[in-house]
Design a protein around this ligand. Sequence first.
Ligand code: COA
Length: 351
Amino acid sequence: MSITALKQAPLREHTRILGVGAYRPEVIVTNDDVCQWIDSSDEWIRQRTGIVTRHRAPRDVSVIDMAEAASREALDAAGIEASQLGAVLVSTVTHPYATPSAAAQLTDRLGATPAPAYDISAACAGYCYGIAQGDALVHAGTAEYVLVVGVEKLSDFIDNGERTISFLLGDGAGAVVIGPGDSAGIGPSVWGSDGSKHAAIRMNRSLIDVRDYALGVVTTDTEDEADISRQSLWPTMVQDGPTVFRWAVWEMAKVAQSALDAAGITADDLAAFLPHQANIRIIDEMVKQLKLPDHVYVARDIVDAGNTSAASIPLAMHRTLKEQPSLSGKLALQIGFGAGLVFGAQVVVLP
Ligand SMILES: CC(C)(COP(=O)(O)OP(=O)(O)OC[C@H]1O[C@@H](n2cnc3c(N)ncnc32)[C@H](O)[C@@H]1OP(=O)(O)O)[C@@H](O)C(=O)NCCC(=O)NCCS
């Protein structure tokens, strides 16, 4: 057969987000609860981060349970049957199995089999990475409808007594369906990474370390040290907060501006700003640097959700549309950034 006879998938000109769903676990953890575990105060946490409460999933609620609840709402809102999905992408860093993926199990639960399914490991940028990929798959004709989920059960990977990050993090899930649109609905993605800063937010040990401790391959100098190792065997998150803070404030406003430029719009054209909910001071600083006008609605879901990593932007989008339904169909700038370090941003039309 000649090469000229080869068919390629037909390109689609426009894509858009068709519907959004969310799941917020019922257990609420207050700053006073947190202060039983670390030397801190309600006032310090509010002033330095903006966080008042965060949600945690109970032991028997998994990443897949949360993802399923958010996905079902997103599918309903989009008016799409699970069987119509051409791909299922799950952004998470807290599914407790390296394989099989959360996405494959979620696809089965939803009744979307045999849709292709895979997980994305891009921490707090995971949702924006998922949008970049879902958008590209629909554009390229590889899939007609793509489910993008951001879900985290961070409470499984924190040590309550760890003062650099545990008080920031919460659990939850958000999901959207991407499909063809009549006009442009997702601007170009501006995304990237800087692995030279991989130690800025990290796990305190690898699963190989856990195995070696369990097998007694690693020996400690004293019995005290051995006790500490055994007690804190499980890998949990730690971070160098000020390094992340400076990087987020200085570098991420530039990425957000690039996403506006790539979309061919200015801050004046925006109706909403949906930044990753990492710290209210980072959000406020980005608002200043981007010179967002007063009419732009700024999502501050962090106040009662904390930082839910890959779930934070779709959760913020869901809440924004609940509180401000008139923003539906208007332009929003979204930006995610975090461990890797990685980042991703795009302008989208709100579903
Ligand atoms: C973690 C973070 C809230 C800490 O706030 P900060 O203002 O940078 O605080 P610093 O680490 O500089 O510490 C300032 C003081 O607060 C104290 N402090 C630090 N953590 C504290 C806590 N949890 N509770 C009370 N006090 C704390 C420090 O001991 C220090 O005290 P000192 O001045 O007496 O030495 C902040 O750095 C942050 O939000 N960084 C970005 C985190 C992030 O977004 N991570 C995820 C990215 S996706």
